[in-house]
Design a protein around this ligand. Structure first.
Ligand code: GLV
Ligand code: MG
Length: 318
């Protein structure tokens, strides 16, 4: 799967911001028809999005549209408009406020009919369910497995905090009175575990204080440390930080590749066919190699190159 370290949110009603997004080095752009677009502007925004997708000028970014949730009057027309108008240029639909697997299946069925009717490649358009309420979190496994189109599980912290009535107005920061703990840990971990259990990407949502880059970096570093694949960005200033924070550090990447090479060498017949070996001061074994594989894959997907190399010891079979 292509990386989604940085996922840029762009209001679908704003052609200028869409034009700017096309040139930004983000892994995904999602054009919003939901909360960033006023109800009276939704119909016009569909047309703006279709035109922007068809106009070209895009880089390598994944192109996604966030439709309105199934409790509104708009979802079906959002999906039909963008897929009929620009389905071949669309990588996925972001489905907000998902409550259960049925909502994902409903979108899957609609997409399947649209693909058939418009000779689009069957099953190519993905689904990114957004977890934004208590019921969605409780039903996360059925949501994750409701359709083979599901590619990610996306956290929606603002709606989620409102849904559980958490006493905070600052998304991504701890609610006052809960400073010693991390109020987000359970939610982030539940999303991450479901994503890993079902082979999906786990994506953290927005940090709304866009002038506070340190705050963004802190929030992003927390979910990156847990193992999340990426985070939404709302402003160009957050882009480089997200790409950096959700890629391994150079030294970490070098070390991971070195562990893999050292392990491959020492477990081979030429290297002594051993299971647990020393690399410098560290004992490495099959589990260390698995951890290194994760970091190495992230680094390769981010286009990193090595700055060090493993040299087999001269008397390896001793
Ligand atoms: C995003 O949609 C959020 O609710 O945080
Ligand atoms: Mg939301």
């Amino acid at each position: 799967m292509k990386p989604r370290r940085s996922v840029l949110a762009v209001p679908g009603s704003n052609p200028k911001m869409i034009a700017k997004a096309k040139g930004l080095p983000v892994d995904e752009v999602f054009l919003d028809l939901e909360d960033a677009v006023a109800p009276v502007a939704k119909a016009a925004a569909r047309a703006t999005i279709v035109a922007a997708l068809n106009e070209g000028g895009w880089g390598e970014q994944l192109r996604v549209v966030r439709v309105n949730d199934w409790t509104t009057p708009w979802t079906y027309a959002d999906v039909i408009s963008v897929v009929e108008g620009a389905g071949s240029r669309l990588d996925a639909i972001l489905l907000p406020k998902v409550t259960d697997g049925g909502q994902v299946r409903a979108l899957d069925l609609l997409l399947t009919q649209l693909e058939q009717a418009h000779q689009l490649e069957p099953g190519r358009i993905g689904i990114e369910p957004q977890i934004e309420n208590a019921i969605g979190l409780r039903n996360i496994d059925e949501i994750a497995t409701a359709s083979p189109r599901v590619q990610t599980l996306v956290f929606g912290p603002a709606d989620f905090m409102a849904s559980i009535r958490m006493r905070t107005l600052v998304v991504g920061e701890q609610p006052e009175g809960y400073e010693p703990g991390d109020a987000y840990h359970h939610i982030l971990m539940t999303i991450l575990l479901a994503a890993r259990a079902h082979g999906l990407q786990a994506i953290d949502g927005p940090y709304l204080q866009i002038r506070d880059l340190d705050g963004f970096r802190r929030a992003a570093a927390r979910s990156a440390a847990l193992g999340f694949d990426g985070k939404w960005v709302l402003h160009p200033t957050q882009v480089d930080a997200a790409n950096e924070i959700f890629s391994p550090r150079q030294a970490e990447y070098d070390k991971a590749e070195e562990i893999l090479e050292a392990y491959a060498f020492h477990t081979s017949a030429d290297g002594g066919a051993r299971g647990a070996v020393m690399l410098g001061d560290e004992m490495i074994d099959e589990a260390s190699a698995k951890m290194a594989q994760v970091v190495a894959e992230q680094g390769r997907a981010a286009g990193m190159t090595r700055t060090t190399r493993f040299t087999p010891p001269e008397s390896a079979a001793e």
